[in-house]
Design a protein around this ligand. Structure first.
Ligand SMILES: Cc1cc2nc3c(=O)[nH]c(=O)nc-3n(C[C@H](O)[C@H](O)[C@H](O)COP(=O)(O)OP(=O)(O)OC[C@H]3O[C@@H](n4cnc5c(N)ncnc54)[C@H](O)[C@@H]3O)c2cc1C
Length: 451
């Protein structure tokens, strides 16, 4: 297998790994009625696969499977993101988010080196373009230093900024040399390949629709799928991203925190202007808002993505503005927490919607950093949908949130199905550290011992 993998990494990595996974992946239709596993992980995104990989390495004799509703891994957030390896500058010192990001960055670089997954350490500039942002930039610098982000440097004046990015303008900037870029879908598929290599099974097109008591002493949880096929498990972990609250409700957990989908749309910069963006260029984030702001991101294929914005998606997996599902939209807007959030962010929210339809307004924001970017240089690009967890009060859930019905009911389903309802961004960068943390939690919660 290792020879097969090294051959894959010499060629077109993403596609050929999918090819390997497809050869060995079991579709829902091929699950015998009903296969039994020690642990089943629901969700083939980067969090589910990183955790599955970690669990398989620590319990090699356990029979494990990943089940994924799509026809491949990384089909949602893990395959639709900015592709940045974040350095850990923004997060509150001492917080789990900061710790996991800084650890995750180091683990990601090492993993990519070991597996020969291509990445580029292109660095990142966070640029203050007006005097009011300079103090905020200094605060970020302090935060970054407290979080032990390597090599941070404050650079003052236009000339020093231009030394890093000749087309960029600004008053002062924070330079982060350890920030990088990678294709997180390739990393997710590689975690999946490791899991398979260790003996784990991957079921694609297996959409979980419910959990029931299996009436099997050894494997008491029955996992039902849309196709009618079932699996049995001793323990289940769900890492369902945009569907994580729905999966939690399937084992009797409450509806809240709720996932509200926010689409992030990107513009593509004309290839002849790509040379203007040799590094990531970010604004100083406005502390009143939850997202990082529209940025310039070089991609592994040489293209430049500009964005993402943040607008309500009219369906959970709605990648286009016209993707609409009445039930899912009503589900979001009737949630009291969403209405409170909408009131709180009414003005900036409307501004984001306006810029989503009127590109020149978005280009105006981008020109604060690179004045030479013009509307004619950009066109609509891809998009991603963020799984934003919200509580009833309209607060954004910014921390990990695990749920299990344990103690509130009886039976195996309430005691053996653990849900990761929120894995906050940058969960791709932090994925290996998150995988380890969740694997520790499962080992502890279910008192797992080496077989
Ligand atoms: C626009 C955008 C930009 C971002 N940029 C960055 C970045 O630059 N760097 C970074 O580190 N992070 C970034 N992030 C965050 C990062 O991409 C996510 O935090 C991460 O991918 C989440 O992974 P996940 O496994 O939790 O979710 P997902 O990747 O969404 O995976 C969940 C999986 O569960 C499956 N599933 C759901 N329900 C079921 C079911 N019933 N049965 C079976 N399977 C099911 C889904 O099909 C899906 O494959 C970004 C996110 C977005 C949206």
């Amino acid at each position: 297998m290792s020879r097969v993998l090294s051959e894959i990494f010499r060629g077109n990595r993403a596609e050929r790994i999918v090819g390997v996974l497809n050869v060995r992946a079991l579709s829902a239709g091929s699950a015998s009625n009903s296969d039994s596993y020690d642990i089943v992980i629901v969700g083939g995104g980067i969090v589910g696969t990183a955790t599955a990989r970690d669990l398989k390495q620590r319990f090699p004799n356990y029979k494990m499977a990943i089940v994924e509703k799509e026809n491949g891994l990384a089909m949602h957030q893990s395959g639709h993101n900015s592709g940045v390896i974040h350095a850990g500058i923004y997060y509150k010192p001492g917080s789990l988010k900061a710790k996991l990001c800084v650890e995750g960055l180091q683990m990601s670089y090492k993993y990519c080196d070991d597996k020969k997954i291509p990445y580029k350490k292109v660095g990142k500039l966070i640029v203050a373009t007006n005097p009011a942002q300079v103090d905020l930039l200094h605060d970020l610098h302090e935060r970054g230093k407290k979080n032990k982000v390597a090599g941070l440097e404050l650079i003052k004046g236009e000339k020093s900024i231009k030394a890093k990015a000749p087309a960029c303008t600004g008053l002062e900037a924070l330079w982060s040399p350890s920030t990088g870029i990678v294709d997180w879908a390739v990393v997710t598929k590689s975690y999946g390949a490791d899991f398979q290599k260790g003996g784990g099974a991957i079921y694609l097109k297996f959409e979980v629709t419910g959990f029931e008591e299996a009436k099997d002493g050894a494997h008491p949880v029955l996992i039902k799928s849309r196709s009618g096929k079932t699996l049995k498990a001793k323990y289940v972990l769900t890492c369902g991203g945009l569907q994580s609250d729905k999966l939690a409700q399937m084992s009797g957990c409450p509806a809240s925190p709720k996932i509200v989908p926010f689409r992030g749309e990107y513009l593509l910069l004309a290839p002849e202007k790509a040379h203007m963006v040799p590094t990531n260029i970010y604004p100083v984030p406005d502390p009143r808002f939850p997202f990082l702001g529209v940025h310039f991101t070089p991609r592994m294929d040489g293209s430049i993505w500009l964005g993402p914005n943040a607008v309500l998606a009219y369906r959970r997996e709605g990648y286009k503005w016209y993707d609409f599902h009445l039930g899912e939209l009503m589900d979001a807007v009737l949630f009291p927490g969403f209405r409170k959030l909408a009131v709180k962010f009414l003005v900036p929210g409307l501004g984001e919607m306006f810029k989503s339809f009127y590109t020149p307004a978005l280009v105006k924001d981008l020109q604060k950093f690179i004045p030479a970017v013009e509307t004619k240089d950009v066109k609509a690009g891809p998009s991603g949908v963020r799984a934003q967890a919200l509580d009833e009060q309209g607060n954004l859930v910014d921390d990990f949130y695990f749920d299990m019905k344990k103690g509130q009911g009886s039976g195996s389903v309430s005691e053996r199905v653990l849900h990761c309802r929120n894995a906050p961004s940058p969960a791709a960068t932090s994925s290996m550290a998150i995988g380890k943390m969740i694997a520790d939690k499962i080992t502890d919660e279910f008192k797992l011992k080496k077989a």
